[in-house]
Design a protein around this ligand. Structure first.
Ligand SMILES: *Cc1c(COP(=O)(O)O)cnc(C)c1O
Length: 380
């Protein structure tokens, strides 16, 4: 019997990407901020409730913009989880700040809000919650801490599009938020991202920073008669070709999310017996969180050899993968950052985590095969 390889990820296309890119080509506007970019901006603003959305080259560059916007300086401290992607920390390290790593919660693997206050010093400037797997951090508690200490909140909502917390959209709850449209995320444009800004004053400055530090945006709207160098900045805006591709995906965002949630729920049901037998733990989604089916992960029982399990899955034609190597244990994390406390859960849980194949189009038969192979390997 031959069985097809089931990849971990398969980038989804709606089918309209190239048609919209052709439209952009015919419009003779290929650089940034044309019709498609404006449509994407309006969509994100309407769907998240932020006052301004700005497309960027990536979530990484949106986070870079956030650090510039908050005037993060050398010696400042920023609180974030160690269990995250490097860009969450890099954006602030580039400005000379020190990432202070706080441990995660057992249930969601998100920043443990109960440990944040103890990590705050006179140098702390911001808290950066990362919504892992599109499941929200405990944002009300984090917002209360930020208010008490005069700190800013930058949400790394790279995985959080179409997900919510108490029916507020992730990415638009903090002062600043960021989405990723990298091909591994739910809504994609190859590479891509967006910055969401809540405050109108910050939004004006964000527009300038994104346009090489100029007021070109105002000039194109006819608000000034020439554009000049106003502030620090760089080129953070993607071309219309990227925005055209992205637009075809945003139009279908609801359906894409619904399909991913269906796949997520199927895994959840299929794996319940393995959890009952103590062989793994399934993801936990608190009642206040409306997630988006971004990742289906399992936490293996501590005695199970993950390397061996991943090798077994691969041999059976299944593309399962682990995830982050905690930043506080990585070479640059040790050099630039500081761990607050032991980070025992970060270390323990990250070593037990396996992500299963998850993409629009993955069918029930394929999921059954994943779960059967997994069961056989766990029983060995
Ligand atoms: C994917 C991801 C990023 C980086 O996104 P890019 O668009 O590739 O720059 C940052 N943070 C988290 C949590 C991510 O998952």
């Amino acid at each position: 019997m031959t069985t097809d390889f089931i990849p971990f990820n398969r980038p989804y296309a709606t089918g309209k990407e190239l048609a919209y890119q052709t439209d952009a080509l015919h419009s003779s506007h290929l650089s940034g901020d044309g019709t498609f970019t404006k449509r994407c901006h309006r969509w994100i603003e309407e769907h998240t409730g932020c006052s301004k959305a700005l497309l960027t080259h990536s979530c990484t560059s949106a986070l870079d913009m956030a650090a510039l916007l908050l005037d993060i300086q050398s010696g400042d401290e920023v609180i974030l989880p160690s269990y995250t992607f490097v860009s969450t920390a890099n954006a602030f390290v580039l400005r000379g700040a020190v990432p202070v790593f706080v441990d995660i919660r057992q249930d969601t693997l998100n920043l443990d809000e109960k440990l944040i206050e103890d990590a705050i010093t006179t140098r702390t400037r911001a808290i950066v919650p990362v919504h892992y797997a599109g499941v929200s951090c405990e944002m009300d508690s984090i917002a209360a801490i930020a208010r008490r200490h005069g700190l800013r909140i930058v949400e790394d909502a790279a995985q959080g599009i179409m997900a919510g917390y108490k029916n507020r959209a992730l990415g638009a709850i903090g002062d600043l938020g960021s989405f990723s449209f990298h091909e591994t995320k739910n809504i994609i444009s190859g590479e891509g991202g967006s910055l969401m800004v809540r405050d109108e004053e910050l939004a004006k400055r964000a527009e300038i920073i994104r346009e090489k530090g100029t007021d070109r945006g105002r000039f194109f709207r006819g608000e000034v008669d020439k554009y000049t160098w106003q502030d620090v900045g760089s080129s953070f805006l993607p071309s219309e070709l990227i925005a055209a591709f992205l637009w075809s995906q945003l139009e279908e965002a609801q359906r894409i999310t619904r399909e991913r949630l269906e796949i997520w729920r199927r895994y959840h049901q299929m794996l319940e017996p393995l959890e009952r037998r103590g062989l793994l733990r399934r993801p936990i989604v608190p009642v206040d969180c409306q997630h988006n089916g971004h990742i289906y992960y399992i936490l293996l029982a501590p005695e199970i050899d993950r390397q061996q399990l991943l090798a077994g899955l691969k041999q059976a034609g299944i593309g399962a993968v682990f995830h982050y190597v905690p930043l506080h244990s990585s070479p640059a994390g040790l050099r630039y950052g500081r761990a607050h406390g032991e980070l025992a859960l970060t270390t323990a849980l990250s070593q037990r985590l396996v992500r299963l194949p998850m993409w629009v189009g993955l069918n029930e038969t394929q999921q059954q095969r994943v779960c059967e192979v997994l069961t056989a390997l766990l029983e060995k």
